[in-house]
Design a protein around this ligand. Structure first.
Ligand SMILES: Nc1nc2c(c(=O)[nH]1)N[C@H]1C(S)=C(S)[C@@H](COP(=O)(O)O)O[C@H]1N2
Ligand SMILES: [Mo]
Length: 235
């Protein structure tokens, strides 16, 4: 990892600690974004969106860095592993010319991206796997997303877990709808049949168990974001 990235990481982590996410344990605090914290968060969002470089790529990890089988933590808010409903398909909508529904097969036929990029959870752990799938930017092209749609919302069948992203991060070349992990189909524990993965965001922004992608003119918050976690959450 380059010094520059490491430095940015630290800077953003310390902002995070200084603002909304102080005194959190794991992903289970509840702190409404209000008052002074809310003001600081909106300030941080503007600063961070300004610092975001859509050309900068997260480093590829070597094979030797791969987490051992079973050592990659698994998170879902439901009481047990969420399983895809029969006839699962991804609904794509919002400000798009061609809203519709895509099967896993449809997604597999689209250009495939494959990389090995480290996962950073806000709790402080990180892990490495390789991921493959289709870029959100490819999807945006396919459905004809309107440039007015400056935000992208991702929803799931895991007790309505969701997150909304700024457009540049969603359209970054390392942001994908992943249907595979370590060369295999995505396992249920990690978000089957389809999850978001990215080199530019913290773990809680990467929605697993996807059901919907919506291109929107406004952000809609998110499961943890609505409980006080930072909305931008860049790595
Ligand atoms: N649907 C859904 N997506 C989710 C979560 C979740 O609870 N439900 N947890 C998030 C958090 S906090 C992290 S760190 C990553 C964990 O991904 P993993 O289970 O593959 O390690 O998923 C994110 N996406
Ligand atoms: Mo997380």
């Amino acid at each position: 990892m380059s010094d520059r990235r490491g430095g940015r990481l630290l800077t953003r982590r310390s902002w995070l600690l200084g603002t909304a996410a102080a005194a959190v344990s794991a992903c289970d605090s509840s702190r409404p974004r209000q008052g002074f914290l809310g003001v600081m968060e909106r300030f941080n969002q503007r600063v961070q969106a300004g610092l975001f470089d859509p050309e900068q790529l997260a480093p590829e990890e070597p094979v030797a860095a791969l987490s051992r089988p079973g050592a990659f933590p698994q998170y879902f808010i439901s009481d047990r592993v969420p399983l895809a409903p029969a006839g699962w398909a991804l609904k794509v909508g919002g400000l798009v010319a061609r809203p519709g529904v895509l099967s896993l097969e449809d997604l597999r036929l689209m250009p495939r991206t494959n990389y090995r990029i480290r996962h950073h959870c806000v709790e402080g752990w990180s892990a490495v796997a390789s991921w493959h799938g289709v870029r959100v930017s490819e999807l945006a092209q396919l459905v004809g997303a309107d440039p007015q749609a400056r935000f992208v919302e991702f929803r799931s069948f895991d007790s309505n877990y969701f997150s909304s992203w700024d457009g540049p991060s969603a359209l970054h070349p390392q942001t994908i709808l992943a249907y595979g992990m370590n060369g295999e189909p995505l396992p249920p524990e990690h978000g089957a049949p389809l999850r978001l993965y990215s080199g530019v965001k913290l773990g809680y922004k990467m929605v697993k168990y996807l059901t919907e992608v919506n291109f929107l003119p406004e952000p809609t918050g998110g499961y943890w974001e609505d409980r006080g976690y930072e909305w931008f959450a860049g790595v």
